[in-house]
Design a protein around this ligand. Sequence first.
Ligand code: BGC
Length: 352
Amino acid sequence: MKIKKQPFGTLADGTEIALYTLVNVQGMMATITNYGGAIVSLSAPDRHGNFGDVVLGFDTLEEYVDHSPYFGCLIGRFGNRIAKGRFTLDGVEYVLAQNDGQNHLHGGLKGFDKRVWTSRALESPNGPALVLTYTSPDGEEGYPGTLAVTVAYTLADDNSLIIDYTATTDKKTVVNLTNHSYFNLSAGTAETILDHELFINAETFTPVDGTLIPTGEIRPVGGTPLDFRTLTPIGARINMDDAQLKFGGGYDHNWVLNGTPGELRLAARVYEPTSGRVMEVHTTEPAIQFYAGNFLPPALKGKGGRVYVWRGGFCLETQHYPDSPNKPSFPSTVLEPGQVYRTTTIYKFLAE
Ligand code: BGC
């Protein structure tokens, strides 16, 4: 049996939450809960073939509900920030929660990360899969339209975690879905992620203001500490005296990916030197947010009694650019009735 379902706990309103375990032919394992669609654990082999858990998470549902910094979860309706929690569509202004200073972050007070998803496990030709669906009612968190969302996680037999997102709406709306997994490819041996080496397939990024809203400029990475066009340790330049790094407390920016949005292509590659683990990110999305865990607290109790430190995990969130609804020059995040929102992101694990 490649897919197992077990109880993960009960919400205050009595809703029972499940934890699914997916195992592929190589023995790679993912556990995923239908609370927020969160990836709770993901085991990948090191250069000696030893499996280790490469994502940050909690052992209990209560911790996810109480104080998760978006560990492993699905983000929606809109990944990252919308300036001042406002946007306009066809002359109508929509007002959203300002849950990150003056801005709106990750879908609001109760985004998709805090919703209970309907789940269905299946054996796909690629490997075990978990299909999650959620229908967000018209007006939820201030967004227009009933949004019907399906996210399929497939743990493919080539050690790829494939995430397929689809959504439809009954009213013109905006949508930008992603996954917020924090990775540490050392699987517990390295406390911070600063020695991980990173490549990002991007020539430009979207600089931000002091509240992490893009200014609208598309700036070349060349000559800046955001240049990851060759494999570079995350920690090599993270503390440089640079205005963009100051705003994010380190890396917390949106890189504009090379290649054609809509086509699956390499977005990023990460190498962890002690274990030899490599993670490749492939996506159809136009951009990626690289977040170095700069807002993590100094010590957070995680799985198996492990304590996660500041910058103990990084995120590579494939996405459309932050604040797109207010930036007509950015690729559109508008979804109209009759259209199907469809994106794919693959996290592929190798070892060297
Ligand atoms: C954002 C960070 C934010 C974090 C929350 C990231 O996607 O870019 O600014 O603090 O999510 O966990």
